[in-house]
Design a protein around this ligand. Structure first.
Ligand code: PLP
Length: 399
């Protein structure tokens, strides 16, 4: 009976071009990866600085593996609080210029844990409509009043703030770089509104750490508002090339989370070798990532301008995340499949990850891509765009 229901759902997704499936890979991450036994150019990774397979990170992990072993053995509050955990927390707090820092196992767990610890019944949260799913889940878990504002619409946010009275705590939560659109949160306006209406501000720097800001600290650095943001969350799984996440903020905030964040308390500490690798990544980002970041932004610029020149709608992308709006889910899948046949991996992103009728290809460039890689991709986009008649879909209505 259950099987039949599940099968019907799967068949429906397949019919609508919405089914998702895993592809077997081998070997490490990089600009070229091996998928289903074939080498393909990788244009969908969040490994922006190419650190996931960096020798220095691997050596740091290997050395720690010898020193501290494989597993943390228990929750950090029991006996799994290892030396490499606090070393990484100290390095992150120093780098981000905050009093304190707390590690989480993943970005997903950081968001669900932080939000549900800080907010509860009687509070209200204002959340950008395009915030990451882990923020949405954190808000649902918190049981606070959940108010979505239209994407980056500050006038709408102000109206909502004005009319929200009688709540105990109020908070605005936003992605820094929006993960499916590649545009930036208007942080200066957000912190100004937060001050005016006495709100907490929480930012998710998942895609911005190592990517934004003069020193790679993220979007808060880019906009010069680091001291006006109460909760700076970010991940170690993207530009840092590792795994895990952090929350940077005041000592009081961190002590509170240690006592209250369920996804921190009721789970095993991160493997120490991963913490050691991440510490190396933070060191590289803070000391010598400027040339890498320059390369990354140059590649992003070349790719985005090249796609626009060839008639593709890259939405409001301002970063190395470049969506190519296709609207139709089946066409997005077909386009991705054709690119794959030509040895290029760009994933199709479809509802419910993005709103209805905004299916897209999501292309990401990294510092590791070469000029030849970019030229090859641009050429294939042109050819496949013609073949699949992209231009006629471009004029379809968005919702
Ligand atoms: C990827 C991502 C996360 C989740 O981070 P993981 O470490 O992969 O769990 C959270 N927020 C945003 C905005 C992300 O892009």
């Amino acid at each position: 009976m259950v099987e039949q229901t599940l099968k019907t759902a799967l068949t429906d997704w397949e019919r609508d071009g919405l089914e998702r499936a895993l592809r077997p890979q081998s070997g490490p991450q990089g600009r070229i990866i091996t998928v289903e036994g074939r080498r393909v150019l990788n244009f969908c990774s969040n490994d922006y600085l190419g650190l996931a397979d960096d020798r220095r990170l691997k050596e740091a992990a290997a050395a720690c593996l010898k020193e501290e072993g494989v597993g943390a053995g228990a929750s950090r509050l029991v006996c799994g609080n290892m030396a490499s955990h606090h070393r990484l927390e100290e390095a992150l707090a120093r780098f981000k210029g905050t009093e304190s820092c707390l590690l989480f196992s993943t970005g997903y767990m950081a968001n669900t844990g932080i939000i549900s610890a800080i907010f509860g019944r009687g509070d209200i949260i204002f959340s950008d409509r395009l915030n990451h799913a882990s923020i949405v889940d954190g808000i649902l878990l918190s049981r606070a009043e959940f108010t979505r504002y239209p994407h980056k619409d500050m006038a709408a946010l102000e109206e909502l703030l004005k009319s929200a009275s009688g709540f105990k705590k109020r908070g605005i939560i936003t992605d820094g770089i929006f993960s499916m659109d590649g545009d930036l949160a208007p942080l200066q306006e957000i912190v100004a509104l937060a001050q005016k209406y006495e709100c907490l501000v929480m930012i998710d720097e998942a895609h911005a750490l190592g990517v934004m800001g003069e020193d790679g600290k993220g979007l808060a650095e880019h906009f010069g508002v680091e001291d006006k943001i109460d909760i700076q969350m970010g991940t170690l799984s993207k530009a840092a090339g590792c795994f895990g996440a952090y929350c940077c903020g005041s000592k009081i905030l961190i002590s509170y989370l240690v006592n209250k964040a369920r996804s921190f308390i009721y789970t095993t500490g991160m493997p120490p070798s991963i913490a050691a690798a991440a510490q190396k990544a933070v060191e590289i980002i803070s000391k010598d990532s400027q040339p890498l970041r320059q390369r990354l932004w140059q590649n992003a610029h070349l790719m985005r301008e090249g796609l626009k020149q060839r008639g593709f709608d890259t939405m409001d992308s301002q970063t190395p995340i470049i969506p190519i709006l296709v609207k139709d889910s089946a066409l997005a899948s077909a386009f991705s499949r054709r690119l794959y046949e030509e040895g290029i991996w760009v994933s199709a992103i479809r509802p419910p990850t993005v709103p209805q009728k905004t299916a897209r290809l999501r292309l990401t460039v990294t510092a590791a891509h070469t000029r030849e890689d970019l030229d090859y991709v641009l050429e294939k986009f042109k050819v496949i765009g013609k073949e699949l008649n992209y231009a006629s879909y471009k004029s379809l209505q968005r919702d």
